[in-house]
Design a protein around this ligand. Structure first.
Ligand SMILES: C[S@@+](CC[C@H](N)C(=O)[O-])C[C@H]1O[C@@H](n2cnc3c(N)ncnc32)[C@H](O)[C@@H]1O
Length: 439
């Protein structure tokens, strides 16, 4: 009964966007107070919702900025419709406009400048180019916007998909400031636990650091920045295209202490095209293993179509990567293992397995520790779970009236209330961090 209730809360909170946007500042090139001023000015100028977004310091992280968002709002639908894919819908709920590539279906006579209601294709069933009246699958309303393109322009451009903004959002059920492409070399939108994760690793300027699963590179640039663009970071990813994304991001940030390689970081490399680089055993001072995972902590996520076999495949891969990490870590070195999932089998159970298998590994205290403790599993003592850091936004829904979990997309005053208190350290994506030292 309790487990089901917890699961219900995890799914419910997972379907909502966090109501805080967090940004990391490139403090090698810009002081945070100047960044705050520039961002506030840009938001005030762009603002179309009539809401006042306040840009603030994170009180404990010297490179982090927080902006509180608003929602949910009741928005009336209009006759003209468009349907967008899931990932586009999720970006809209976090403040984005709609790019034409995300549009799946559109009413036939929409003209540029018309107001349209925007829906997400919940079950991934809408064929691209379908007329909205012919789509009978589940769809979820996320707000209204102004069409910048016609149906013909979106769907009749041959093989080249139309690029650029297709619908400019005017009233979303959740409202966040428009930040994309704002000062891309100086600020990076990043979820709070991801920022905390690299502070926990705490790299310094004379370290040799390995980032085993680096793409798209958010944590890599953070590691490099904390090292003052000195020392050396080796950043690996098994996906070649994604390593190019990492390189572009680092170039934008003017970072020169990172070597990026296309490489399979697991011991038993099976991916055919990824090179396997040989590093000397016990050569790295610090290692980040931000592991591939089931992503169950990602928010918002209206659907989750992960299969149980996909879900159960992750621990195996995580253990392989973990073994490589332990081999490559120096004695006395530090390793951080992290995931963006709430799945205990990819988090606490991997930690328990690692402590059992590698007797020279020890869990150590994390600083900062803003999340809650880990969950208790076989093989971990209570004291050890207190050294783990788990971000579990479902605790926002832990209040006395558990039986009355209403649909937040209606008129959920409880939810609205919760979000208007200062809960930025809880209203995050789901995330897990374990920090080890090698004896
Ligand atoms: C959670 S994401 C990493 C996010 C990244 N650390 C960041 O903060 O931007 C996991 C990454 O692991 C990569 N990956 C998966 N299996 C891998 C392997 N065997 N070796 C190296 N990278 C792998 C994926 O391509 C993916 O980019």
């Amino acid at each position: 009964e309790n487990v089901n209730k917890k699961l219900e809360k995890i799914l419910k909170i997972g379907s909502l966007p966090p109501l805080f946007t967090t940004l990391r500042v490139n403090n090698l090139h810009l002081e945070r107070k100047h960044a705050i001023k520039l961002i506030q000015e840009a938001i005030d100028e762009e603002e179309r919702t009539g809401l006042k977004f306040e840009v603030k310091n994170h009180p404990e992280l010297n490179d982090c900025i927080i902006i509180q968002n608003f929602g949910p709002f009741n928005v009336d639908t209009v006759t003209e419709e468009i349907i967008v894919d899931h990932s586009c819908g999720m970006s809209v709920l976090r403040g984005s406009d709609i790019y034409s590539t995300g549009i799946l279906s559109m009413s036939p006579y929409v003209k540029v400048g018309d107001l349209v209601s925007v829906y997400v294709d919940v079950e991934n069933k809408c064929r691209r180019g379908l007329l909205t009246k012919d789509f009978h699958g589940k769809k979820f309303f996320i707000g209204n916007g102004v069409a910048m393109v016609t149906r013909a322009a979106v769907f009749c451009t041959g093989n080249n998909k139309l690029k650029g903004i297709g619908v400019r959002m005017s009233e979303c059920i959740y409202r966040s400031p428009q930040l994309y492409d704002l000062l891309p070399s100086l600020i990076h939108p990043q979820n709070l636990p991801s920022i905390i994760c690299v502070h926990v690793l705490n790299p310094s300027s004379d370290d040799l650091v390995l980032d085993m699963c680096a793409a798209p590179g958010g944590k890599t640039s953070h590691i490099a920045t904390l090292m003052g663009n000195k020392g050396c970071v080796v950043a690996l990813d098994k996906n070649r295209n994604k390593t190019e994304t990492v390189k572009r991001h680092l170039e934008k940030w003017n970072i020169s202490n990172v070597q990026v390689h296309h490489c399979d970081s697991s011991k038993n490399a099976r991916q055919r095209n990824a090179k396997i680089l040989k590093f000397k055993r016990e050569s790295f001072d610090k290692i980040l293993l931000d592991a591939p995972c089931s992503g169950l902590g990602q928010r918002p996520s209206i659907i989750n179509d992960i299969t149980s076999s996909q879900l159960s495949s992750y621990p195996q891969l995580q253990m392989q990567l973990f073994e490589t990490a332990v081999q490559l870590l120096k004695k006395g070195g530090t390793m951080v293992y992290s995931t963006c999932t709430t799945n205990i089998y990819e988090n606490e159970s991997i930690t328990a397995w690692a402590l059992q298998k590698f007797k020279n590994l020890k869990l150590v205290k994390q600083d900062p520790h803003l999340g809650s403790s880990g969950w208790i599993v076989e093989g971990l003592t209570e004291e050890q779970t207190r050294l783990l850091q788990r971000f579990d936004p479902s605790i926002l829904l832990d209040h006395d009236n558990d039986d009355d979990l209403q649909d937040h997309h209606q008129d959920n005053e409880d939810y609205y209330y919760l979000h208007h208190s200062e809960r930025y350290d809880i209203d995050t994506i789901g995330f897990f961090i374990a920090k080890f030292t090698k004896l």
